[in-house]
Design a protein. Structure first.
Ligand SMILES: Cc1cc2nc3c(=O)[nH]c(=O)nc-3n(C[C@H](O)[C@H](O)[C@H](O)COP(=O)(O)O)c2cc1C
Ligand code: SF4
Length: 339
């Protein structure tokens, strides 16, 4: 009884701290971490799972790799806090294959006797989707998405409640618990700049301020892709007063020297390679977009229909997110050539 009271107090303390810090998940969806943890705490189960998602499969997103290389002990500390917060829990660090190869030993040394398993993912980009991740851990095989709801917080690995947070989110859970959080996040800066890398800077800073501080602000006419490395939004130089959302990527392009059709081809090739062919909208829709990009010509009516169907009927968020970069590239980079 006394033990449960102590547990409840610890739970309340950390969840209150996460709320006060207004920590948002760094896996892409920006979901408030304290709400996720509170919902998870409220689910009644004899056993629960906790997963640090280190799939990091989108091009030009580098931050989880940066944490694994430079601060793995902070990640393990964040997981330890979660294990102490949720009774009878067991954890996984879910890693893309190259990260697994590089960091497994180091992580296992830090983990010691804690109930944490370092798990090697089976697929690529799609493995980072939370239901795919649960299925892969459960079956130890490549997987496809499951229906949502139920969400993993209620029904995840082996049918048990599963808390999934990004590696960077756990990194900041550790900082917040020690009152060391300075409202920063990790930005992956890549593309046409000499100063590529991962930089820890304030969440509230604009893209322009981040590029200036990191010496990456171009002197040429540029645009950026922000948030995700393929699914991110396109912003022109005049729009860089905005903040970065999603997984914190900033990719810099030279506006004069970048052929938008070539850029769009890289995105659609990526989505076609990484999707699982389970549902028709994403499987066929991505192929129809590829055909148009290959022909360097969009049929506005067909394209609008494809986007609508992808956004509204795709089985998982991979398909739903395909239209976003295309919509902004068409509007901002191709406006004068669109049919
Ligand atoms: C196709 C796809 C790939 C994803 N890849 C990742 C990933 O590599 N890492 C990650 O943390 N979240 C990824 N997500 C989001 C996860 O499903 C989940 O929302 C996230 O891990 C939750 O962590 P957070 O609340 O800390 O952001 C992906 C989602 C989709 C649809
Ligand atoms: S949206 Fe794409 S990735 Fe998701 S289930 Fe359908 S085919 Fe697979």
């Amino acid at each position: 009884m006394q033990k449960n009271t102590r547990l409840a107090t610890r739970q309340e303390n950390i969840i209150a701290k996460l709320k006060q810090a207004d920590l948002r998940g760094r896996g892409g969806a920006n979901f408030p971490t304290h709400s996720k943890w509170q919902m998870f705490a409220d689910v009644d189960a004899d056993k629960k799972y906790i997963v640090a998602n280190g799939s990091e499969g989108e091009p030009n997103v580098l931050k989880d790799g940066y944490i694994l290389k430079n601060h793995p002990e902070v990640l393990v500390e964040g997981l330890k806090i979660a294990l102490e917060t949720f009774k009878s829990s067991e954890a996984f660090i879910f890693l893309r294959r190259d990260y697994f190869k590089k960091y497994k030993k180091k992580l296992e040394k830090l983990i010691g006797d804690l109930p944490i398993t370092v798990f090697r993912e089976h697929g690529g980009y799609l493995s980072g989707e939370e239901t795919v991740l649960c299925e892969e851990i459960e079956k130890n095989l490549p997987a496809r998405p499951r229906t949502k709801p139920p969400y993993p917080g209620q029904v995840g690995i082996n049918g048990l409640p599963t808390l999934i947070n990004n590696i960077e989110t756990f990194y900041y859970v550790a900082k917040i618990s020690k009152n060391e959080y300075k409202k920063t996040r990790l930005y992956s800066i890549t593309g046409k700049t000499f100063y590529k890398g991962v930089f820890e800077l304030p969440v509230a800073w604009s893209i322009k301020k981040i590029l200036t501080a990191t010496k990456a602000l171009p002197e040429f006419d540029y645009f950026v892709q922000v948030g995700g490395g393929a699914s991110g939004d396109i912003l022109l130089a005049s729009e860089t007063t905005q903040q970065v959302s999603g997984s914190g990527a900033i990719i810099i392009y030279d506006k004069e020297q970048t052929d938008p059709w070539v850029l769009m081809r890289t995105w659609i090739d990526f989505f076609m390679n990484e999707n699982c062919d389970k549902c028709t909208p994403c499987r066929e829709g991505s192929y129809r977009i590829l055909e148009m990009v290959r022909d360097r010509q969009f049929d506005k009516k067909v394209l609008d229909d494809l986007f609508f169907v992808l956004e509204n009927t795709s089985y998982c968020a991979l398909g739903k997110s395909i239209p976003l970069p295309f919509k902004s590239a068409i509007k901002k980079l191709l406006a004068h050539t669109r049919n």
